[in-house]
Design a protein around this ligand. Structure first.
Ligand code: CP
Ligand code: NVA
Length: 355
């Protein structure tokens, strides 16, 4: 997605959230006649979306099933034990067959090549629900969470007279039919630090945040650098200029407005657990690490979940800096917007904001 399309998708996510859950606002706890009448688009009415998951999931599956239901469609969960894929049937044949009976595929796979193959042979759109290399829908939820909490990221003094260009322009979206205009709260350029393993979530951060004007500071042990396929994409998108990468977690959190981490042992890496726990010693996100490293005193914390104590301690994870549960909730609204876009009828090209 281009930058204007990302912003438009985020604004549409906000619209999906507000129209689906008016009771989120305490003052509208009691639905009025007007709020009762507001309904999400039924763009998936009479459509079936296949959730083809070869790995476990809590958030992504919940987000998908609940948002398909809000959009009026039917979500069909196909776990690895349920279907012939991988045992008696190839991804190529599976894609053709599932695509022949459904209107969209949301797929969580092992190796990234598997989703490429599904997309090549599927007659319907395929959206990545996580692969070995990427986790694109996670980054949309992270971004929505940052925009919604933009008031927490006041301009530091050093930037008071800065001429920094705000690339995250105010984005408005006109929803189909109801012509509701939704504004995405403006977010100043942030310093976002990532400490830990170079895995799918970080890879999407690398190809997304620098394009939106944010700087990324990453610390991983040297043997856990992103693979060449990821760097190729980072360079193609011109994101390399916005990334600092080193091995020292304290250096990585310097000036951080947001600190992010992920598990050190991603799904499928269980056999490497002992080695990884040794290699990542010193990379746990803690108050002390961020203070010693010179993070912005108001730094906030993100984690895609599921979380283990190895990568972040309880003080940070459950403390006031943590945005992890609003982030998890936002998987739903961003997934709903993605499904409305890719599987429904919402037209992302009808962009009311100018790039
Ligand atoms: N963040 C995320 O993708 O969580 P699940 O693995 O539970 O879907
Ligand atoms: N990197 C993690 C993300 C889980 C949502 C994994 O792939 O298991």
């Amino acid at each position: 997605l281009s930058v204007p399309q990302i912003n438009r998708l985020l604004a549409h996510s906000l619209y999906c959230k507000q129209i689906s859950k008016p009771w989120l606002e305490p003052q509208s706890h009691k639905p009025t006649k007007k709020t009762q009448l507001r309904m999400p688009s039924q763009s998936l009415f009479s459509k079936t979306i296949a959730l083809l998951f070869s790995k476990r999931s809590t958030r992504t599956r919940l987000a998908a099933e609940t948002s398909v239901s809000l959009l009026g469609g039917n979500a069909l969960f196909l776990g690895k034990e349920d279907i012939q894929l991988g045992v008696n049937e190839t991804p190529r044949d599976t894609a053709r067959v599932i695509g022949g009976m459904t209107e969209g595929i949301f797929a969580r796979v092992g190796a990234h090549e598997e989703i490429e193959e599904l997309a090549r042979y599927s007659p319907v759109p395929v959206v990545n629900a996580l692969s070995s290399l990427w986790h694109p829908t996670q980054i949309l939820a992270d971004l929505l969470t940052l925009h919604e909490h933009s008031h927490l990221f006041a301009k530091p003094d050093s930037q008071a007279d800065s001429t920094l260009e705000y690339k995250n322009m105010q984005t408005t979206v006109k929803s189909r039919k109801r012509e509701k205009v939704m504004s995405l709260p403006e977010l100043r350029p942030l310093t976002i630090s990532y400490i830990g393993d170079s895995a799918n979530v970080l890879h999407d951060m690398l190809v997304t945040y620098p394009r939106l004007g944010h700087s990324l500071r990453v610390a991983t042990p040297s043997k856990y650098r992103a693979p060449s396929e990821v760097w190729k994409r980072v360079e193609e998108l011109g994101c390399d200029k916005g990334i600092w990468w080193g091995e020292d977690p304290k250096e990585a959190v310097k000036g951080a407005d947001v600190v992010v981490t992920d598990t050190w042992i991603s799904m499928g890496q269980e056999a490497e657990k002992a080695q990884r726990l040794r290699d990542f010693q010193g990379y746990q996100v803690t108050e002390a690490l961020c203070q010693e490293g010179g993070a912005n005193p108001d730094w906030r914390f993100l984690h895609c979940l599921p979380r283990k104590q190895d990568e972040v301690d309880d003080e940070v994870f459950y403390g006031p800096r943590s945005l992890v549960f609003p982030e998890a909730d936002n998987r739903k609204w961003t997934t709903m917007a993605v499904f409305d876009l890719f599987f429904g009828k919402w037209d992302i090209s009808a962009d009311s904001s100018k790039p």
